[in-house]
Design a protein around this ligand. Sequence first.
Ligand code: HMG
Ligand code: MG
Length: 302
Amino acid sequence: MQIPQRVQLIDVGPRDGLQNEKSPVPAAVKIELVHRLQAAGLTEIEVTSFVSPKWVPQMADNAEVMAGIQRQAGVRYSVLTPNQIGFEAALKSRPDEIVVFGAASEAFSRKNINCSIAESMERFAPVVQAALAAGIAVRGAMSCAVGCPYEGDVSPASVSYLAGLMKQIGVQRVDMADTIGVGTPLKVQKAIEATLKHFAPAQICGHFHDTYGQALANTLAALDMGVWNFQSSVAGLGGCPYAKGATGNVATEDVVYMLHGMGINTGIDLDKLVDAGKFISDFLGRPSGSRVATAILSKRAG
Ligand code: HMG
Ligand code: MG
């Protein structure tokens, strides 16, 4: 197995993690979570989305959250922007990176962003161009790269097709997302292989939801293919509101523990990360979704 010396983690907890919470989470709590993540050494944080508040009410405080963050040098703050309206609103918050989000399955594209894959590209293209012209980096999320809640298995050909479209419109790097966590290592490798037709390993981020408990194994399978950027969510928070039954991303604590155990550097202080996860889990009033955090907290208590 090829093992990189370093892995870059993007914590998507404040966005993917909290977007699905039923009760409102105050902006101050989201801001505090971002502060704790950066204090733990995260250098990329997906903060919020500029989407319709009718579709995702939890992200309605996007501008307030972005304005409240005390930015730390060397940290990249990203936000989701599905269209021109979202991008224009996001611009005022000066994100370092915007994320356009499409899907490898037609049905999911329609449920999530209310348009076909082809239409989504027409919407994204001017957003991508405007962002690049403004010196803002651009990432493209590819949902349902392994399976879809509406269509079932998704073929590598569909992933390659979407990755090719993302490349054509100028997206700089892509998230290979297993939205509903159904992937297993060989399927994930096939989806990565399909993405590699258009993007270099350094331009691919693994985004694995852990619904079926496969995310760490999938992370390892992706690492073995030279992928070294991953998204994860502190305390394993989250799920997509338009992917019923899907749980959160793999917990950042679990990924960090695995990587550090393999001698791979992440720049993250696991103890401080566990504290960040405890902060948000305490606020939400439920135990952390991270096995590692649970183990470390019970060891501390003992
Ligand atoms: P639409 O209804 O088709 O939009 O929604 P529209 O252009 O027809 O506009 C309708 C109304 O929405 C108008 O307002 C617009 O101004 C407003 P009205 O005239 O009726 O008062 N509007 C907006 N407001 C705020 N921000 C905007 C915006 N755009 C239009 N950006 C839209 C299309 C994409 C906006 C909608 O479908 C939407 O907001 N979807 C949200 C999807 C979402 O956030 N999903 C979760 C994130 S993706 C995810 O979790 C997956 C990921 O983690 C990877 C993985 O795991 O797969 C990334
Ligand atoms: Mg997701």
